[in-house]
Design a protein around this ligand. Sequence first.
Ligand code: 6GU
Length: 252
Amino acid sequence: MRIDVVTIFPDYLAALDLSLVGKARRTGLLDLRVHDLRDWTTDRHRTVDDTPFGGGAGMVMRPDVWGRALDDLMGEPPVGGPDEVPAGAHLVVPTPSGEVFTQRHAERLAGADHLVVACGRYEGIDARVVEHYRAAGHPVSELSIGDYVLNGGEVAALVMVEAVGRLLPGVVGNPHSLVEESHGAAGLLEYPVYTKPPAWAGHDVPDVLLSGHHGRVERWRRDQALERTARRRPDMLAALEPAVLDRRDREV
Ligand code: 6GU
Protein backbone atom coordinates (compact mmCIF):
# COMPACT_ATOMS: atom_id res chain seq x y z
CA MET A 1 0.00 0.00 0.00
CA ARG A 2 1.07 3.58 -0.62
CA ILE A 3 0.27 6.38 1.83
CA ASP A 4 1.11 10.05 1.22
CA VAL A 5 0.78 12.42 4.17
CA VAL A 6 0.72 16.16 3.48
CA THR A 7 1.36 18.55 6.38
CA ILE A 8 3.08 21.81 7.26
CA PHE A 9 4.88 19.89 10.06
CA PRO A 10 6.51 16.84 8.43
CA ASP A 11 8.59 16.28 11.60
CA TYR A 12 5.41 15.28 13.47
CA LEU A 13 5.33 12.12 11.37
CA ALA A 14 8.90 11.08 12.26
CA ALA A 15 7.49 8.50 14.68
CA LEU A 16 6.38 6.47 11.66
CA ASP A 17 10.03 5.41 11.22
CA LEU A 18 9.69 3.39 14.44
CA SER A 19 8.24 0.06 15.50
CA LEU A 20 6.14 -2.13 13.23
CA VAL A 21 5.15 0.63 10.80
CA GLY A 22 8.81 1.64 10.43
CA LYS A 23 9.73 -1.96 9.72
CA ALA A 24 6.90 -2.26 7.17
CA ARG A 25 8.34 0.78 5.38
CA ARG A 26 11.86 -0.63 5.35
CA THR A 27 10.71 -4.02 4.06
CA GLY A 28 8.57 -2.43 1.35
CA LEU A 29 5.16 -3.55 2.66
CA LEU A 30 4.23 0.10 3.12
CA ASP A 31 5.35 2.93 0.82
CA LEU A 32 4.79 5.88 3.16
CA ARG A 33 5.84 9.37 2.05
CA VAL A 34 5.53 12.56 4.07
CA HIS A 35 5.34 15.88 2.20
CA ASP A 36 5.61 19.53 3.24
CA LEU A 37 2.52 21.39 2.00
CA ARG A 38 4.67 24.53 1.63
CA ASP A 39 6.44 22.87 -1.30
CA TRP A 40 3.26 23.69 -3.27
CA THR A 41 3.18 27.41 -2.36
CA THR A 42 4.18 29.98 -4.96
CA ASP A 43 4.83 33.15 -2.92
CA ARG A 44 7.96 34.30 -1.18
CA HIS A 45 6.45 33.71 2.28
CA ARG A 46 5.24 30.19 1.43
CA THR A 47 1.73 31.13 2.61
CA VAL A 48 -0.76 28.30 3.20
CA ASP A 49 -3.59 30.16 4.97
CA ASP A 50 -5.76 33.26 4.88
CA THR A 51 -8.59 34.93 6.79
CA PRO A 52 -12.06 33.30 6.72
CA PHE A 53 -14.75 34.73 4.44
CA GLY A 54 -17.69 35.77 6.62
CA GLY A 55 -15.34 36.77 9.42
CA GLY A 56 -14.48 35.09 12.67
CA ALA A 57 -11.41 34.01 14.54
CA GLY A 58 -8.45 32.11 13.14
CA MET A 59 -7.20 31.28 9.69
CA VAL A 60 -8.31 28.87 6.96
CA MET A 61 -6.04 26.84 4.69
CA ARG A 62 -6.15 27.98 1.05
CA PRO A 63 -7.73 25.65 -1.52
CA ASP A 64 -5.31 26.60 -4.31
CA VAL A 65 -2.26 25.40 -2.37
CA TRP A 66 -4.02 22.16 -1.34
CA GLY A 67 -5.27 21.71 -4.91
CA ARG A 68 -1.77 21.81 -6.37
CA ALA A 69 -0.52 19.34 -3.75
CA LEU A 70 -3.41 16.91 -4.15
CA ASP A 71 -3.45 17.10 -7.96
CA ASP A 72 0.18 15.93 -7.83
CA LEU A 73 -0.51 13.10 -5.39
CA MET A 74 -4.04 11.76 -5.87
CA GLY A 75 -3.75 10.14 -9.31
CA GLU A 76 -6.74 9.74 -11.62
CA PRO A 77 -10.11 9.18 -9.93
CA PRO A 78 -11.61 5.71 -10.28
CA VAL A 79 -13.71 5.22 -13.41
CA GLY A 80 -17.28 4.00 -12.94
CA GLY A 81 -18.70 0.56 -13.63
CA PRO A 82 -18.79 -2.50 -11.38
CA ASP A 83 -15.91 -4.31 -13.10
CA GLU A 84 -13.51 -1.41 -13.09
CA VAL A 85 -10.49 -1.70 -10.86
CA PRO A 86 -10.42 1.45 -8.68
CA ALA A 87 -7.59 3.78 -9.62
CA GLY A 88 -6.56 6.92 -7.79
CA ALA A 89 -6.26 7.60 -4.11
CA HIS A 90 -8.73 7.59 -1.25
CA LEU A 91 -8.48 11.05 0.37
CA VAL A 92 -8.42 11.05 4.18
CA VAL A 93 -8.94 14.37 5.96
CA PRO A 94 -8.45 14.29 9.73
CA THR A 95 -10.84 16.83 11.26
CA PRO A 96 -12.66 17.15 14.59
CA SER A 97 -15.87 17.58 12.58
CA GLY A 98 -15.53 14.20 10.87
CA GLU A 99 -17.08 10.83 11.65
CA VAL A 100 -15.38 9.20 14.62
CA PHE A 101 -12.58 6.91 13.35
CA THR A 102 -13.12 3.29 14.38
CA GLN A 103 -11.58 -0.12 13.70
CA ARG A 104 -14.18 -0.47 10.91
CA HIS A 105 -12.77 2.63 9.17
CA ALA A 106 -9.25 1.25 9.63
CA GLU A 107 -10.31 -2.05 8.03
CA ARG A 108 -11.92 -0.29 5.07
CA LEU A 109 -8.93 2.00 4.51
CA ALA A 110 -6.52 -0.96 4.76
CA GLY A 111 -8.23 -2.34 1.64
CA ALA A 112 -7.22 0.68 -0.47
CA ASP A 113 -4.15 0.70 -2.71
CA HIS A 114 -3.38 4.35 -2.09
CA LEU A 115 -4.30 6.80 0.67
CA VAL A 116 -3.55 10.51 0.73
CA VAL A 117 -3.86 12.08 4.19
CA ALA A 118 -4.36 15.85 4.19
CA CYS A 119 -3.47 17.34 7.58
CA GLY A 120 -5.16 20.67 8.27
CA ARG A 121 -4.09 23.26 10.82
CA TYR A 122 -5.73 26.44 12.08
CA GLU A 123 -9.52 26.43 11.62
CA GLY A 124 -9.27 23.81 8.88
CA ILE A 125 -9.05 23.50 5.11
CA ASP A 126 -11.30 25.49 2.73
CA ALA A 127 -14.37 23.23 2.29
CA ARG A 128 -14.11 23.31 -1.51
CA VAL A 129 -11.10 20.99 -1.39
CA VAL A 130 -13.10 18.01 -0.10
CA GLU A 131 -15.99 18.98 -2.39
CA HIS A 132 -13.67 19.05 -5.42
CA TYR A 133 -12.05 15.63 -4.98
CA ARG A 134 -15.37 14.03 -4.05
CA ALA A 135 -16.98 15.49 -7.19
CA ALA A 136 -14.05 14.14 -9.23
CA GLY A 137 -14.97 10.64 -8.04
CA HIS A 138 -12.36 9.99 -5.34
CA PRO A 139 -13.47 8.32 -2.13
CA VAL A 140 -13.09 10.95 0.60
CA SER A 141 -13.25 10.34 4.37
CA GLU A 142 -13.34 13.16 6.90
CA LEU A 143 -12.43 11.50 10.20
CA SER A 144 -12.03 12.58 13.83
CA ILE A 145 -10.12 10.51 16.39
CA GLY A 146 -12.41 11.46 19.27
CA ASP A 147 -14.31 14.15 21.08
CA TYR A 148 -11.52 16.51 22.08
CA VAL A 149 -9.62 19.27 20.31
CA LEU A 150 -6.11 18.98 18.86
CA ASN A 151 -4.13 21.72 17.18
CA GLY A 152 -4.06 19.99 13.82
CA GLY A 153 -4.52 16.75 11.94
CA GLU A 154 -0.96 15.41 12.38
CA VAL A 155 -1.46 13.41 15.57
CA ALA A 156 -4.71 12.04 14.18
CA ALA A 157 -2.84 11.05 10.99
CA LEU A 158 -0.32 9.15 13.13
CA VAL A 159 -3.17 7.30 14.80
CA MET A 160 -4.84 6.42 11.50
CA VAL A 161 -1.63 5.36 9.71
CA GLU A 162 -0.71 3.07 12.60
CA ALA A 163 -4.21 1.59 12.85
CA VAL A 164 -4.31 0.96 9.08
CA GLY A 165 -0.66 -0.06 8.68
CA ARG A 166 -0.85 -2.87 11.24
CA LEU A 167 -3.73 -4.44 9.28
CA LEU A 168 -1.65 -4.84 6.10
CA PRO A 169 -0.69 -8.47 5.47
CA GLY A 170 2.70 -9.24 7.01
CA VAL A 171 3.02 -6.12 9.18
CA VAL A 172 1.96 -7.78 12.46
CA GLY A 173 4.08 -10.95 12.80
CA ASN A 174 1.45 -13.16 14.41
CA PRO A 175 -1.89 -12.71 12.59
CA HIS A 176 -3.64 -14.17 15.68
CA SER A 177 -2.77 -10.90 17.44
CA LEU A 178 -5.21 -9.23 15.08
CA VAL A 179 -8.08 -11.57 15.95
CA GLU A 180 -8.40 -11.55 19.73
CA GLU A 181 -8.19 -7.86 20.46
CA SER A 182 -10.32 -5.02 21.74
CA HIS A 183 -12.51 -3.58 18.99
CA GLY A 184 -12.01 -6.74 16.98
CA ALA A 185 -14.79 -8.83 15.54
CA ALA A 186 -16.03 -9.96 18.99
CA GLY A 187 -17.30 -6.44 19.71
CA LEU A 188 -15.96 -6.66 23.28
CA LEU A 189 -13.07 -5.05 25.12
CA GLU A 190 -10.04 -7.26 25.74
CA TYR A 191 -9.82 -9.30 28.99
CA PRO A 192 -7.02 -8.46 31.49
CA VAL A 193 -3.67 -10.18 30.93
CA TYR A 194 -0.94 -11.35 33.35
CA THR A 195 2.61 -12.72 33.19
CA LYS A 196 5.34 -13.79 35.63
CA PRO A 197 5.84 -13.51 38.54
CA PRO A 198 2.60 -15.13 39.81
CA ALA A 199 2.76 -13.03 43.01
CA TRP A 200 3.87 -9.39 42.84
CA ALA A 201 3.57 -6.59 45.43
CA GLY A 202 0.86 -8.52 47.25
CA HIS A 203 -1.21 -9.02 44.09
CA ASP A 204 -1.71 -12.55 42.79
CA VAL A 205 -2.47 -13.74 39.29
CA PRO A 206 -6.03 -15.19 39.29
CA ASP A 207 -5.85 -18.92 40.16
CA VAL A 208 -7.81 -20.01 37.09
CA LEU A 209 -4.99 -18.81 34.81
CA LEU A 210 -2.53 -21.11 36.60
CA SER A 211 -4.94 -24.08 36.57
CA GLY A 212 -3.98 -25.39 33.13
CA HIS A 213 -7.70 -25.93 32.48
CA HIS A 214 -8.16 -24.45 29.00
CA GLY A 215 -11.97 -24.47 29.08
CA ARG A 216 -12.14 -22.62 32.41
CA VAL A 217 -9.54 -20.10 31.25
CA GLU A 218 -11.59 -19.35 28.11
CA ARG A 219 -14.80 -18.95 30.14
CA TRP A 220 -13.08 -16.66 32.67
CA ARG A 221 -11.63 -14.48 29.92
CA ARG A 222 -14.99 -14.18 28.21
CA ASP A 223 -16.65 -13.21 31.53
CA GLN A 224 -13.97 -10.58 32.18
CA ALA A 225 -14.36 -9.15 28.68
CA LEU A 226 -18.14 -8.94 29.11
CA GLU A 227 -17.90 -7.35 32.56
CA ARG A 228 -15.34 -4.79 31.41
CA THR A 229 -17.35 -3.90 28.35
CA ALA A 230 -20.54 -3.52 30.40
CA ARG A 231 -18.82 -1.23 32.92
CA ARG A 232 -16.60 0.84 30.64
CA ARG A 233 -18.40 0.77 27.29
CA PRO A 234 -22.13 0.16 27.74
CA ASP A 235 -22.57 1.57 24.21
CA MET A 236 -20.55 -1.34 22.79
CA LEU A 237 -22.49 -3.91 24.80
CA ALA A 238 -25.80 -2.46 23.60
CA ALA A 239 -24.60 -2.64 19.99
CA LEU A 240 -23.71 -6.37 20.21
CA GLU A 241 -25.63 -8.75 17.96
CA PRO A 242 -27.73 -10.84 20.40
CA ALA A 243 -26.65 -13.92 18.41
CA VAL A 244 -23.01 -13.53 19.51
CA LEU A 245 -23.99 -13.96 23.20
CA ASP A 246 -24.23 -17.52 24.47
CA ARG A 247 -26.47 -18.59 27.36
CA ARG A 248 -23.62 -18.35 29.89
CA ASP A 249 -22.82 -14.80 28.68
CA ARG A 250 -26.26 -13.59 29.69
CA GLU A 251 -25.64 -14.58 33.32
CA VAL A 252 -22.58 -12.28 33.62
CL1 6GU B 1 -8.69 14.66 13.26
N1 6GU B 1 -8.13 17.03 14.23
C1 6GU B 1 -8.12 17.96 15.20
N2 6GU B 1 -7.59 19.16 14.96
N3 6GU B 1 -8.66 17.76 16.39
C2 6GU B 1 -9.18 16.55 16.60
C3 6GU B 1 -9.20 15.53 15.64
C4 6GU B 1 -8.66 15.82 14.44
N4 6GU B 1 -9.80 14.44 16.16
C5 6GU B 1 -10.14 14.79 17.38
N5 6GU B 1 -9.78 16.04 17.68
